[in-house]
Write a protein that binds this ligand. Structure first.
Ligand SMILES: Cc1cc2nc3c(=O)[nH]c(=O)nc-3n(C[C@H](O)[C@H](O)[C@H](O)COP(=O)(O)OP(=O)(O)OC[C@H]3O[C@@H](n4cnc5c(N)ncnc54)[C@H](O)[C@@H]3O)c2cc1C
Length: 469
């Protein structure tokens, strides 16, 4: 091991647990955005226990070394990028499911457990963990908690924090805390468990999580609604929500998204609509049948082009798989894509869609639109055929205007991807100075020397981060 930092970390986490060669370090510069790879870690360490994580943090804290936690690096906000160097703590070797308790409908996992692997382990026991970020094949449960990850099921079941009952975390100085418990109801002082939800690695490192589970729904059905326009699809979403028959998933797709999906599914979806809604309804068989009938009638009453209930389970699964693969597939058609993540109140979706169309025309940018519309969370994707200064400038302009548009409609600047670096310039627009100052004081209580994931959530300012930037 060439560097003394590497040798010291190996002394803590064991042989074969540290990366210091340049090619390896290069691979840890970025998350899935590739836009914020401005720094490089000095070392990457892959611990296997809470004790090792705590010892790494004690070591870093004593020397003032920056620490960036990392799950799978699938983030879309630049959250796990080590822009100021230091140590990246990669949690992927902490991947044990420590316990599943059907009698209490809970499970305890290490932070590095990959979401799909967890679902595959509990599914055969008739258990269901709803959060479903579309990166489930790679992302980790620790990363999901740290970003408050959501997904299509958010509309009916809520997002990751709704299923987090407690956790184990190591603070910046190596102190290990265990807020929360395996109880599904608790009221003991401040809710430190959920302070870690959305903390993006700035408060400490989550090493274990207690999760609440549900029984697997007995039946489900998938329906595709073909709409005349994006505005019509958005109006249908709002009408569905106000009618009170809430689908398990309610995804919004423009014609462009369906064109991409059709390249990987068979039989293809009819391509004559301008926008589509992909819905899953779940529950008891009787409830599903009744909900499908009600929702189909509602959509038809609103004048949609077609409602098709997919009878073949394999065909339905292929549509959902294609939906999950949408963004990687779009990337095969454009040289650069920036995925946005604003949420608006559901009754504002039609206006949001209309204004987005106007923005696309005004800036001359191709903007694909998809999203978890059922909970108002839209993901406009800015597509570029070239990667150059002009592209970067236009993307910045578009992101800023989309954020302003969402806020003007009473929305929020991130529904599920978090702030990281991508949205840090806009946080004050939503939260105001007072809340940011309060968050900084909270961070200082967890991380007095500011070593945890510097530069994330709010831009560099006074204090240590400013001096180092
Ligand atoms: C194709 C694709 C589809 C996606 N779809 C969705 C979606 O539907 N919904 C959604 O919400 N997101 C989605 N994402 C974004 C991303 O997958 C989520 O944000 C996910 O939760 C990140 O998990 P990760 O393990 O990759 O975390 P990373 O990207 O490694 O890290 C994310 C943040 O969490 C922090 N962190 C990670 N682990 C820990 C830990 N153990 N303790 C403390 N902090 C930690 C990091 O420092 C960083 O700030 C998608 C991404 C891709 C590439």
């Amino acid at each position: 091991m060439a560097s003394s930092l590497g040798r010291d970390l190996e002394g803590i986490a064991g042989a074969g647990s540290v990366l210091v060669n340049q090619a390896d370090l290069y691979a840890y510069r970025s998350d899935a955005t590739y836009d914020y790879a401005t720094g490089k870690p000095d070392a990457v360490v892959l611990p296997q226990s809470t004790e090792q994580v705590a010892a790494i943090l004690r070591y870093a804290s004593a020397r003032g070394i920056f620490v960036t936690p990392r799950g799978a690096g699938s983030g879309l906000s630049g959250g796990c990028t080590p822009i100021l160097g230091g140590i990246v703590v990669d949690l992927k070797r902490m991947n044990r499911i420590l316990g599943v308790n059907p009698g209490n409908m809970t499970a305890t996992v290490e932070a590095g457990v990959v979401l799909d692997k967890f679902k595959a382990a509990i599914g055969p026991k008739g258990l269901f963990y709803p959060p479903d970020p579309q990166s489930a094949s790679v992302c980790t449960i620790g990363g999901n908690v740290a970003t408050r990850a959501g997904g299509p099921r958010g509309v009916k079941y809520g997002t990751t924090p709704h299923y987090v009952l407690g956790l184990t975390a190591a603070l910046a100085d190596g102190t290990v805390i265990r807020p929360g418990s395996l109880c599904v109801k608790q009221s003991v002082g401040y809710d430190i468990t959920h302070l870690f939800a959305g903390s993006e690695g700035t408060l400490g490192i989550i090493t274990q999580v207690h999760l609440r589970l549900l029984p697997k729904p007995k039946a489900s059905a998938t329906a595709v609604v073909t709409c005349n326009s994006a505005e019509q699809a958005a109006s249908v979403v709002s009408a569905i929500i106000s009618a009170g028959t809430i689908p398990a998933m309610l995804e919004f797709l423009t014609a462009m998204a369906v064109m991409v999906m059709n390249s990987i599914i068979s039989p293809p979806l009819a391509g004559d609509g301008q926008a589509y809604l992909l819905m899953e309804i779940d529950g008891s068989p009787e409830q599903v049948a009744a909900d499908v009938k009600n929702l189909s009638a509602l959509c038809k009453d609103m004048g949609v082009m077609d409602v098709r209930v997919i009878e073949d389970k394999k065909e339905a699964a292929s549509y959902w798989k294609a939906r999950a693969s949408l963004y990687p597939f779009i990337l095969t058609m454009a040289k650069k894509m920036v995925i946005e993540d604003v949420t608006v109140p559901r009754n504002q979706l039609p206006e949001f869609v209309k204004r987005l169309g106007e923005l696309s025309a005004r800036l001359g940018i191709l903007i694909g639109l998809g999203g978890h519309a059922g909970d108002g969370n839209m993901h406009p994707s800015l597509l570029f055929s070239e990667v150059d200064e002009n592209t970067r400038h236009k993307a910045e302009q578009a992101v800023e205007q989309i954020v302003r548009m969402g806020l003007a409609l009473g929305g929020t600047i991130s529904g599920e991807h978090g702030i990281g670096l991508h949205k840090s310039a806009f946080v004050e627009w939503e939260l105001g100075r007072e809340q940011i100052e309060l968050m900084k004081r909270i961070k200082a209580a967890f991380d007095p020397d500011g070593i945890m994931n510097p530069g994330k959530i709010w831009p560099f300012e006074a204090g240590r981060e400013d001096q180092e930037a």
